[in-house]
Every structure is written in structure tokens, then in C-alpha cells.
Design a binder for this molecule. Structure first.
Ligand code: BDR
Ligand code: CA
Length: 317
């Protein structure tokens, strides 16, 4: 039986690849997508998500719009698309306009309801700022216990991408991330930048995706090529003609746990530091007695990840 999941996104070029993989993989049943302010304003995240799902022939997957601002920092300067990330994300993805519309229910309400109806049966994969997940926790004390497992793209140990200390998804709503990581899930996995940068996608691999001549293959090639150009211009990866495709790695790891190598560790989020807001403090040397709360991906298997993309983007819905 396919694994059921809900995907929380801030679409976003890499979110788009994650959505396509989650919607097309035969071992997964994507019940819904929820959107959150992040890479671009939430209305654009919703529109982009609808475009992606329609483009690959999955307009049946409902899209719920969530928070337009972080839970505590309503004046926090997100989205950052207008700033240094304009070359990595786009307000409007280059796909045909969507015919479908978002659902009426706000995303955090939908999240509490769908997990309450199926306790312990659905995975929640969150690949944007954690505002919707924190709001769902605040709405329903039973929510955390109802989630079979949580997988997040976020955080970093030795790397960073928005400040010298922090990764974007955590930095963009640090109070939400602190609440989520401290919530006590049945199982939580964090895929930080360190693992993701071991699974970069190259221009040559984009050519192979385009050669599939499928909607997902063509869109993935176009979006990842755009990312590669942006990364090479603004934040080179150290490997020529490559870029990380963060969010899609989480989906690949959900279907094949060998895609990442994890350690069970304690992770907390810095919300007060003058220079360190949004830092994920990972106790990988076990310097504290804080209990492990998260399976942290320390490594990723680049070939395994790409093979999953290639095998599943050949398909049509
Ligand atoms: C994360 O931030 C966003 O830019 C991406 O979509 C990804 O989820 C990477 O730091
Ligand atoms: Ca994202």
C-alpha cells in the first residue's frame, strides 16, 4: 500500500520538484499540499503549487493555503525572493496558468483535521518555513500524536545559506521551528543543508531529465537549470554546474531510507542570538543531556537520489 503523506511547501523551484516526485511516485499517495509564506508570498506559493500539479496531470490533489507571515515576527523580512534569491526562485513558475483553485479551509485547520481523521497513518513532510505546522500544534493538542512521522527540510550543521548561522526555512520562522522541533513527534527527521549538498544535481543530469520528454522531466530540467545558473552566480556549490534541490531529497528519503544516513540527536533552534537567529543547534558531539528528538541526515547518496527522480519523472499521471 502506498504511504500517505501531506506536503507543506513554499513553491519555489525545489518545492516544485518535490511536489512532482510526491505526486508521481507509485509508493506514495499525496493527499494534499499545504502552502506557506517563504520563498515567495504565500499567494504565489499556492498558485505555483496548483500550476505544478496540473502540469503533471494531478489536478485532483487539493491545495490548502496557510500562513502569510511567521507566527511571531509579523514584520520579519520574508519572503527573500526579492533579494538575493531572485535567481533561484521565481514569483511565478514558467508553467501554464492553473485552472483549479485553492481549497477554502486554511492549511493549519486542514492539517489538524486530516491527521485527526487518520491518526498514526499519514506522514507530514514540511519543506518550507514551519509556520503552518506550529499553527496546527497550537490549534490541536492532539495533532503531534496523530502524525505518523514528520520529515523536514531545514537547518544546517556546518553550512548556511541565509545568514552565516542559519538555513532559510528555519530562519524564516525561528519561533515556529523551535516549537516544532520541541513538540515530541513519534518520529522526526531533519534533512539539513549538509546532507543536501552531498546530493547536488548537475547540468548533465538535467539533460537526462529533459530527454525523458515527459511533463515532469521537462519541468524538472528547466527548474533545476535555473537553480544551477542562480547558484553559480550567487553562491557556488564548489562543484561546477550543480545546484542543490533541497526539498526533493526529503521525498526521495521518505520512499527509500538509504538515500540519507541519519543519527538520532538533540536539535534545538536559536531564537534570541544577535547573530545566530534560526541556527539549528545540533548536539552531534553529545555535549548536553538533552534527549535525542530528531533523526538528523548527515549524508546523502547522490546517485540514489537522482535515480529516483529519473525513474519517476518518466511517468505520466
Ligand atoms: C530551503 O529554503 C528554500 O529556499 C527552499 O525551497 C528550501 O526549502 C533551502 O534552504
Ligand atoms: Ca521550500
Amino acid at each position: 500500500m502506498p504511504r500517505k503523506l501531506v506536503l507543506d511547501v513554499d513553491t519555489g523551484t525545489d518545492d516544485a520538484v518535490a511536489l512532482m516526485l510526491a505526486a508521481l511516485h507509485p509508493d506514495l499517495e499525496l493527499l494534499a499540499a499545504t502552502t506557506v509564506n517563504g520563498n515567495v508570498e504565500v499567494a504565489h506559493c499556492t498558485d505555483n503549487t496548483l500550476r505544478v500539479l496540473e502540469w503533471i496531470g494531478r489536478p485532483d490533489i487539493p491545495v490548502y493555503e496557510g500562513l502569510a507571515r511567521p507566527i511571531a515576527r509579523c514584520d520579519f523580512p520574508t519572503p527573500r525572493a526579492a533579494k538575493r534569491d531572485a535567481k533561484v526562485h521565481m514569483e511565478v513558475l514558467p508553467l501554464p496558468e492553473a485552472k483549479g483553485r485553492k481549497q477554502r479551509l486554511p492549511a493549519p485547520v486542514f492539517l489538524t483535521e486530516v491527521f485527526a481523521q487518520n491518526p498514526g497513518e499519514i506522514a507530514l513532510v514540511a519543506v518550507g518555513p514551519l509556520s503552518n505546522v506550529a499553527a496546527a500544534i497550537a490549534l490541536d493538542p492532539a495533532f503531534v500524536g496523530n502524525v505518523a512521522e514528520l520529515m523536514i527540510m531545514g537547518g544546517a550543521i556546518d553550512k548556511s545559506n541565509v545568514t552565516p548561522s542559519a538555513e532559510f526555512n528555519i530562519w524564516a520562522d525561528p519561533e515556529a521551528a523551535a516549537v516544532v522541533l520541541g513538540a515530541g513527534w513519534r518520529k522526526a527527521t531533519m534533512v539539513p543543508l549538509d546532507a543536501i549538498h552531498e546530493a547536488l544535481i548537475s547540468l548533465d543530469q538535467c539533460r537526462r531529465l529533459r530527454a525523458l520528454s515527459s511533463p515532469a522531466g521537462e519541468a524538472a530540467a528547466q527548474l533545476i537549470e535555473y537553480r544551477i545558473a542562480g547558484y553559480q552566480a550567487n553562491q557556488p556549490t564548489g562543484v561546477p554546474d550543480t545546484a542543490p534541490v533541497h526539498d526533493a531529497l526529503c521525498i526521495a528519503a521518505l520512499v527509500d531510507e538509504k538515500v540519507i544516513a541519519t543519527r538520532h540527536l538533540n536539535v534545538v533552534v536559536e531564537t534570541k542570538g544577535e547573530y545566530t537567529i534560526g541556527r539549528t543547534v545540533v548536539d552531534h558531539e553529545r555535549r548536553t543531556s538533552r534527549p535525542a528528538n530528531c533523526h538528523v541526515a548527515l549524508h546523502a547518496d547522490r546517485d540514489r537520489f537522482f535515480d529516483i527522480l529519473l525513474a519517476n519523472f518518466a511517468k505520466r499521471a
